[in-house]
Design a protein around this ligand. Structure first.
Ligand code: FES
Length: 129
């Protein structure tokens, strides 16, 4: 007899049982050559973890998300900057070590995937660190 776990099925389709908020969102990473890759990110993880799980190039994330390396630098698309929010002071301090920092620069290990970020677009810089 096959036992179906509804919770797993709901997660597969990106929704909580009973029609709650989605558990997965689409995130598009555009590399420094303009190639776009759209992948699924799990709500509650970070944009950096999503990148690493999906072998997105140009995101080294050497410190593993501890906000201590600045090798997960991305440019948040202007349409999404309000929803992703501003960098914390600690993140701002670490961004001082990133290459070609711009007003829309963020460290993607500091961006938590949330349902409202479905469709998020970030660009990766030509060089990290
Ligand atoms: Fe090191 Fe983000 S992974 S600062």
């Amino acid at each position: 007899m096959v036992k179906i776990n509804f919770r797993d099925t709901a997660a597969y389709y990106g929704a909580e049982p009973g029609g709650g908020a989605p558990t997965k969102v689409k995130i598009t990473f555009v590399d420094s050559h303009g190639q776009a890759r759209t992948v699924e990110g799990e709500v509650g993880s970070t944009v950096m973890e999503t990148a690493r799980r999906n072998d997105i190039p140009e995101i080294a994330a050497e410190c593993g998300g501890a906000c201590a390396c600045a090798t997960c630098h991305v440019y948040v698309d202007s349409a999404w900057s309000e929803k992703t929010g501003k960098a914390s002071q600690m993140e701002e301090d670490m961004l001082d070590f990133a290459f070609d920092v711009q007003p829309n620069s963020r460290l993607c290990c500091q961006i938590t995937v949330r349902p409202e970020l479905d469709g998020l677009i970030v660009k990766t810089p030509l060089q990290q660190g």
